[in-house]
Design a protein around this ligand. Structure first.
Ligand code: 4NP
Length: 160
């Protein structure tokens, strides 16, 4: 899961997906992590507002620490999922040609009516943080279907 700062959207997406994987019995089969394309918040916990909104909806993301995307991420993870088109473009520019197919928008996995981008809530208000969680929940349902198929198809670990 990749956003700009790795303190609002992508840690929320990580927390939501981890919870949904647990509920689906897939925790052992899938590795989930998040990162930012930017370096401003490396080592920080998620934004306090993101933590509070996530916790109120059952997702404890307090222990996560921000990090920046690395070249190794394109080798390690089968899915590199951007929160919006801006971060998608940054990832495409960083990724080797052979791994471009791993990069997608998280919202590619949501129903067609959903927005393609998860808007940055950093300068927003409470409703914007709730919207991030709504988006992550909608996309996670579809993503888990895809991951379950990958797990069925390959006995080795699939990584997202
Ligand atoms: P995120 O939100 O990309 O969802 O983690 C942001 C956090 C911090 C900044 C921008 C976006 N910032 O400019 O510091």
């Amino acid at each position: 899961m990749v956003c700009l700062g790795n303190i609002c959207r992508s840690p929320t997406a990580e927390g939501v997906l981890l919870q949904k994987l647990s509920e689906a019995g897939l925790s052992e089969a899938v590795v989930v992590d998040s990162a930012g394309t930017g370096d401003w918040h490396i080592g920080q916990n998620p934004d306090k507002r993101a933590q509070a909104h996530a916790l109120a909806r059952g997702y404890d993301i307090s222990a996560l620490r921000a990090r920046q995307i690395t070249p190794q991420d394109f080798e390690r993870f089968d899915f590199v999922l951007a929160m919006d088109h801006k971060n998608l473009a940054t990832l495409r520019a960083l990724c080797p040609p052979a791994r471009q197919g791993r990069i997608k928008l998280l919202m590619d996995f949501a129903p067609a009516a959903a927005p393609a981008d998860i808007a940055d809530p950093f300068f927003g208000e409470a409703a914007d943080f709730e919207h991030v969680i709504d988006c992550c929940e909608r996309a996670s349902a579809g993503l888990i279907e895809t991951l379950a198929e990958c797990v069925d198809a390959a006995p080795k670990k699939s990584q997202a």
